[in-house]
Design a protein around this ligand. Structure first.
Ligand SMILES: [Zn+2]
Length: 444
């Protein structure tokens, strides 16, 4: 049991601030929260926060831990005038250059990065065509080793041939069944769950869509896929299938309340209606869209379920929240910081749909995924202006300690293990990854 005394509790949705609360954390859950909630109780560990803030952990709803070693990349990359060139020259070479050791390093440093930024759950989307079978086990181990909550899936694609597409679907099914077996045996960590992954409709032929539907039916999991990240995806669908992207996916029965659609910049009104009717999620990634010059999401306000992701640009959701809001404003958008705080909070709904628990509030009965922050508000902090503090001041620099599933995974900015060796190994593996990329045939 962990007791946190004298905390200023900040909940994001509905937004509220409570001063002088105690929290009791037991068995992975918030067992009690409120003034005097810890009275008479004895705990293994007691923190007196002296008024410092506790808020729910942040959720990154779309990420790529396989790209973690691309930061500062020094490899021969041809000029890439459009989105498809960026994929071919950079990301589809990088993912083919990944082996087991490189992936392990990449996933570990991404997990640590998430925790350090107060992100307690990450929904990942994975690709490593030279190391498919077993790749999701490496992801799972990294989450469990660091104590991070999250999900991953293998991004099924025919871009390197049909046998690879089949292997991708098989890896998704294998991992979902592995988790099911752990659950049946009472050995599941509770930290890691599975999606069924697809790269994007333009690299998934009809046979692949059918295989994904079969995998969803066999596992009870939802699809996680890029859709309409660039105009090309929408145009490809119109050219080859004479259908809008989500009309095509819906024809294959791929959309339901567990579906996660990443980007969706070029969805028609009809497609947005389908998305809402199926109660599926749209996850937007403003920084990544800016980086790839693919445009900015223009329909966020009208979407029923929307959340924020980084698409591989780290797991600092404070930064992503700010970029998303400011880019929206920069393009003349009507929404306010409070709307974007709701999108950020909605990542918890994604977790609830996949983990069968309650997430995203400091309240009795919710999972104990939380952050202790030393943010010093120079102006009054109230429920009504939490989002304003986040957009114009508070940052990941205020994150002091992180608890996930009731376990302390970072305390006073220190991990419960020496992380220096993990980073040293990552630097070696990054150099090897970049060399591997230079050796790859560019014609693919
Ligand atoms: Zn992505």
């Amino acid at each position: 049991m962990l007791i946190i005394k004298n905390a200023t509790v900040v909940n994001f949705s509905p937004p509220e601030v409570h001063r002088g609360w105690d929290l009791v954390i037991d068995n992975g859950m918030i067992a009690a929260a409120g003034p005097g909630a810890s009275e008479g109780l004895k705990a293994d560990e007691v923190w007196d926060l002296n008024g410092d803030i506790v808020h729910p952990g942040l959720v990154c709803s779309h990420n790529h831990f396989y790209s973690g070693l691309s930061r500062g990349i020094l490899a021969d990359i041809n000029p890439s005038p459009d989105f498809i060139s960026i994929l071919k020259n950079l990301w589809w070479r990088l993912d083919r250059a990944i082996d087991k050791d490189i992936l392990k390093s990449s996933a570990l440093i991404c997990s640590l990065d998430a925790i350090r930024n107060g992100t307690t759950a990450v929904i990942d989307h994975h690709s490593s065509p030279s190391f498919i079978e077993g790749s999701l086990s490496v992801m799972k181990q990294s989450f469990e080793q660091t104590g991070l909550r999250g999900m991953s899936c293998y991004e099924t694609s025919d871009r390197n041939g049909m046998s690879e597409m089949e292997a991708g679907v098989a890896e998704n099914v294998r991992m979902a069944h592995e988790i099911d077996k752990e659950k049946e045996a009472g050995k599941w960590s509770g930290l890691y769950e599975a999606h069924i992954g697809g790269h994007a409709p333009f690299t998934i032929p009809e046979s692949g869509m059918k295989m994904l539907k079969d995998a969803i039916d066999a596992t009870g999991r939802g699809i996680h896929i890029h859709v309409a990240e660039d105009k090309y995806d929408a145009a490809h669908s119109h050219h080859h299938y004479d259908e809008d992207l989500l009309v095509r996916m819906d024809r294959h029965g791929l959309l339901n309340s567990k579906s996660l659609i990443a980007h969706g910049l070029y969805l028609s009104e009809k497609e947005r209606n389908i998305l809402d009717e199926r109660n599926s999620f749209l996850v937007v990634n403003f920084r990544s869209n800016m980086n790839n010059n693919v445009g900015a999401q223009q329909h966020l306000g009208g979407i029923k379920n929307a959340a924020l992701g980084t698409d591989g640009i780290g797991s600092d959701m404070w930064e992503e929240f700010k970029f998303a809001y400011f880019k929206h404003k920069d393009t003349g958008g009507p929404l306010w910081p409070g709307d974007f705080l709701n999108f950020l909070h909605n990542g918890n709904t994604l977790l609830e749909r996949n983990f069968d628990s309650r997430f995203g509030r400091i309240e009795k009965g919710f999972k104990a995924d939380l952050v202790v922050s030393d943010y010093r508000n120079p102006t009054p902090l109230k429920g009504e202006n939490i989002a304003g503090h986040m957009a114009f001041g508070q940052s990941a620099g205020s994150v002091r300690s992180v608890v996930i599933d009731g376990k302390v995974v970072m305390k006073d900015r220190k991990f419960p293990f020496d992380e220096k060796e993990i980073y040293a190994e990552a630097r070696e593996n990054a150099a090897r990854l970049w060399e591997n990329m230079n050796k790859l045939d560019d014609s693919k």
